[in-house]
Design a protein around this ligand. Structure first.
Ligand SMILES: Cc1cc2nc3c(=O)[nH]c(=O)nc-3n(C[C@H](O)[C@H](O)[C@H](O)COP(=O)(O)O)c2cc1C
Length: 204
């Protein structure tokens, strides 16, 4: 079982520059302890095998979500993966501790330049503002949310800039778990869903 699990999601990986380059870099950075799962290649029909995904998650300490920002969010198969895999009683809620203590790292890219992700830019908010659902997903599942790695302005980024970004990504993976930000990430707030939040099965 791999210590580092990279879940890559791009609806058109063949046309990707950033995500595809980073996915390849991930496979080479720490190959003995990394598993890379290309979700669109695994599930072209969108039938996510939740058991297989949960098995892949079981041994992982670092879970990486690698995807481009699409409509200020994640690509649809990444969202479906989340819906299917992070179930009540498994990922959260009573007895749902399967992900507790694992680290969640978003590695993403945006078409908009960094200057657009500001109050005075055309995207109006810093990128972090769009990531509250990610951060709270981590908190609800007791994962440690790590500061995301983002490449802005992907449309206009030079090949050298993309390659340099991939090198940073690979170096981070190779250095895992020797990351200074891990200590701060231990402060994940407990967000327990009470046992009576849902009716018992026999009452439904
Ligand atoms: C359907 C779609 C929605 C997108 N939505 C956004 C967005 O909300 N914000 C943004 O900055 N870029 C957006 N983009 C641009 C992508 O983020 C950008 O093309 C991607 O990060 C480049 O990575 P790649 O080379 O792996 O495709 C969108 C692109 C597509 C195709």
């Amino acid at each position: 079982m791999a210590e580092i699990l990279v879940l890559a999601a791009h609806p058109q990986m063949d046309h990707s520059r950033v995500t595809r380059t980073l996915m390849r870099a991930a496979a080479q950075a720490a190959p003995a302890r990394t598993e890379v799962r290309d979700l669109y290649a695994l599930y072209p029909d969108y039938f996510v095998d939740a058991d297989a995904e949960r098995a892949a998650l079981a041994g992982a300490q670092l879970v990486v979500w690698l995807h481009p920002v699409q409509w200020y969010s994640m690509p649809p198969l990444m969202k479906l993966w989340l819906d299917e895999v992070f179930g009540f009683g498994w990922a959260y809620g009573p007895g749902g501790r399967a992900l507790a203590g694992k680290a969640l790292w978003l590695v993403t890219s945006t078409g908009g330049p960094e200057s657009s992700y500001r109050p005075d830019g055309y995207n109006r908010y810093f990128l972090d503002a769009f990531l509250h659902p990610y951060e709270q997903t981590a908190a609800l599942t007791r994962m440690r949310w790590l500061p995301p790695l983002a490449l802005h302005g992907a449309h206009r980024a030079s090949d050298e800039a993309v390659a340099a970004h991939a090198r940073v990504f690979a170096e981070r993976l190779a250095a895992w778990p020797d990351w200074p930000e891990l200590a701060a990430a231990d402060d994940t707030p407990p967000c327990d869903v009470p046992a009576d939040a849902r009716p018992a099965a026999e009452d439904r």
